[in-house]
Design a protein around this ligand. Structure first.
Ligand code: URA
Length: 199
């Protein structure tokens, strides 16, 4: 994993490295049974060099814990490893922009290499970008969430284990006040599906 991280730090596979502070590769246990895959680092992750250390990470860690998965026994990564953003008009705030298909494709060999090394029993795709990175552009999180399916092979990774997709934790943060509790409960319920696969 160390060598993979070092190699990724010099990645110029797409232009996102030019504006990001640094690569955000992964965190957690390289022998974990569970791999969590998000979209891309956010503002705080970009500054700190660690995935899911901002507000979405707070929601994710609480939901994982509530679902009965030990957060310290997970490997956490993203489909795209550099922060993509635009500057807010007249401000310095960096606003997240979704990665393009080209950026996702350029980053996929890193994800495939992580899958080969970690060999997780359960992969959890958090949101549409992670789902599309693994299953292709026809993936729809609203239709396919919470249903275990065989993990597909990805650029030379063997396609072992089981994949469960769910919503991205930032969707909980973006939800209207009246919808937020239900969105969060849905996230936990999908994560419980993944937790049961580990029994
Ligand atoms: N959102 C993601 O998808 N990944 C992170 O690391 C942080 C926020």
């Amino acid at each position: 994993m160390h060598r993979l991280r070092e190699a990724a730090a010099g990645c110029h596979g797409c232009p996102l490295y030019q504006r990001a502070t640094q690569i955000v590769f992964s965190s957690g246990d390289a022998s974990a049974r569970v791999m969590l895959i998000g979209e891309q680092p956010g503002d705080q992750e970009d500054r700190r060099g660690q995935p899911f250390v901002g507000p979405a990470g707070g929601v994710l860690m609480r939901a994982i814990d509530e679902a009965g998965i030990d957060p310290t026994e997970t490997y956490v990564t993203n489909a795209v490893k550099h922060f993509k953003f635009e500057l807010a008009p007249r401000g310095k705030r960096r606003i997240h922009k979704p990665p393009s298909l080209r950026e996702m494709t350029a980053c996929r060999p890193w994800l495939a290499a992580e899958l080969r090394l970690v060999e997780p029993e359960v992969v959890i795709a958090l949101g549409a970008t992670a789902g599309k990175a693994l299953l292709g552009s026809s993936f729809r999180v609203s239709k396919e969430r919470g249903v275990p399916r065989p993990m597909p092979a990805l650029d030379g990774s063997p396609g072992e284990g089981t994949l469960v997709a769910t919503i991205h934790p930032s969707a909980v943060l973006r939800a209207d006040d009246e919808d937020r509790a239900q969105m969060y409960a849905g996230l936990v319920s999908d994560l419980k599906v993944a937790a049961r696969l580990l029994d």
